[in-house]
Ligand binder design. Structure first.
Ligand code: SIN
Length: 492
């Protein structure tokens, strides 16, 4: 596939953009410098995207800063109408957006369409929420003064977004920012700029004014300089980042000198616990849903399976059967359920974890190696006889590997589940209402799935505790991130 072929796959070829977008204009880098984007399923070149640097990042901040006064002066209802239009355009171009996503990210077309709908749901939700920003009038303790609290847009915001959900992680940040009256600079991951650019083109068509949304594209090396420029600018008031915990720490440090508000959605390492009273079929289905969504490249993906010893063998057997039945291949082909991993180092990480587990005594029940298709494909894998010291139990895998450990009692399994600095998502299966409350309260995680492996939703507060991050996205909480409080004290 060459760079023109992707455009030809689309019903609306003009959604295929290779330039960045600043102040309402599509722009190339100085000297037309670009970076290559490849299809992870085939290795083919699909685009050459503008490779911008710190100077252009500053221009984007300036554009967002200039657009801010007029955008925040609009009524919430006006902003809501524009967001609603954007939502409708995203849904109307769902097939094209999903095709772009499959080709640059690898997830199967049906799953990509699911992500488009999930991403659009944030735009719809925050279009509705825009009109529900309310302040407060506390009862005054003074007889001669009255008190009020206003909520106002925080200002210029930056969104640094990951490759695993190239649309939803942008809309989850951009739509509350815009609803609140903020303007925005987006820096998408270098692996998946095309979905982001198409999304911004639709925002432009929806009538979002010039400078309100800007997007800077850069390769891995230049992303560092771009990130520094975005984090250090005194004109930027808020940074929202989704990605790894180490990068989140660095960005937080870079934001410290200008005391920016930061929202961080960082690494996961989710435990998935099956108690002896669980519905086994439902637990296996939930495990498959949670483990193999996006080939395991999901922050909330289950990483450590703890199964009560009375169900362990049956669970391993059923999980292996379900895993072996997953069809792996190019996500544009009919019936594919698992695509490739994103890049060679992701594949290496998975291989290292499996090799380490096997070296220390784990048994491969199914999978355990690169898929016969070659390239970046890895087989859905189930490991048993896993021990806590193995890498796969200590680090996020971000790949299609289910490591299963038996346990004897509730206290021990809860302690094992909590024994990590990570606190994003956890899952458990039980039918005992008393146990459900006890376990849910004791798990040290921001999100807990009970008798389900899928928890993400635009209405819910998505985010973690401990070193999984700060702040929440989605629901009314997602909008609060982009609002400042102002206290007014009025003498009578
Ligand atoms: C993520 O992996 O960062 C997001 C997953 C989700 O929204 O469900």
């Amino acid at each position: 596939m060459n760079t023109e072929v992707l455009g030809k796959l689309l019903s609306e070829p003009h959604l295929f953009k290779q330039q960045a977008f600043i102040a309402g204009k599509w722009i190339s880098a100085n000297n037309d410098q670009s970076f290559a984007v490849h299809n992870p399923a085939t290795g083919q070149l699909i685009a050459n995207v503008a490779n911008l640097g710190a100077k252009e990042a500053e221009a984007a901040i300036q554009a967002a800063h200039s657009a801010l006064p007029a955008w925040r002066r609009k009524t919430a209802k006006e902003r809501a109408h524009l967001l609603r239009k954007w939502f409708e355009l995203i849904m109307a171009h769902g097939d094209d957006l999903a095709r772009i996503m499959t080709v640059e990210q690898g997830k199967p077309f049906a799953e990509a369409k699911g992500e488009v709908a999930y991403g659009a749901s944030f735009v719809e939700w925050f279009a509705e929420e825009a009109k529900r920003v309310t302040g407060a009038i506390p009862s005054s303790t003074w007889t001669d003064k009255r008190m009020m609290v206003l909520k106002q847009a925080i200002g210029v915001c930056v969104a640094i977004t990951p490759w695993n959900f190239p649309i939803a992680m942008i809309t989850r940040k951009a739509s509350p920012a815009l609803a609140a009256g903020c303007t925005l600079v987006i820096k998408p991951a270098e692996q998946t700029p095309l979905s982001a650019l198409a999304l911004v083109e639709l925002a432009r068509r929806a009538g979002i004014p010039d400078g309100v949304i800007n997007i800077i594209t850069a390769d891995r090396d230049r992303s560092i300089a771009v990130g520094k420029a975005l984090c250090s600018s005194p004109q930027v008031s808020h940074l929202s980042f989704t990605g790894s915990t180490p990068v989140g720490r660095t960005l937080m440090q870079q934001c410290a000198p200008t005391v920016k508000k930061v929202a961080l959605e960082l690494g996961g390492h989710a435990p998935f616990i099956v108690f002896e009273d669980a519905d086994l079929d439902a637990a296996v289905q939930g495990a498959v849903d949670s483990k193999y969504r996006n080939a395991g490249q999901t922050c909330v993906s289950s990483n450590r399976f703890y199964v009560h010893e009375s169900l362990h063998d049956a669970f391993v057997e059923r999980m292996a059967r379900a895993s072996a039945a997953i069809s792996v291949g190019n996500g544009l082909d009919e019936g594919i359920v698992q695509g490739p991993l994103i890049e060679a180092r992701a594949l290496q990480k998975v291989e290292e974890q499996v090799a380490d587990a096997v070296k220390h005594g784990a048994r491969i029940i199914t999978g355990g190696k690169r898929h016969p298709l070659g390239g970046l494909f890895y087989e859905p894998t189930v490991l048993a006889n896993v021990k806590p010291a193995m890498l796969v139990m200590r680090e996020e895998t971000f790949g299609p590997v289910a490591a299963i450990v038996p346990f004897k009692n509730d206290d021990a399994v809860i302690a094992a589940a909590n024994e990590t600095e990570i606190g994003l998502a956890a899952y458990f299966y039980s039918r005992d209402i008393g146990r459900i409350w006890r376990v849910a309260e004791q798990l040290e995680y921001g999100m807990v799935g009970i008798n389900t492996g899928l928890i993400s939703n635009e209405v819910a507060p998505f985010g973690g505790i401990k070193q999984s991050g700060l702040g929440r996205e989605g629901g009314s909480w997602g909008l609060e991130e982009y609002l400042e409080m102002k206290y007014l004290c009025v003498g009578l």
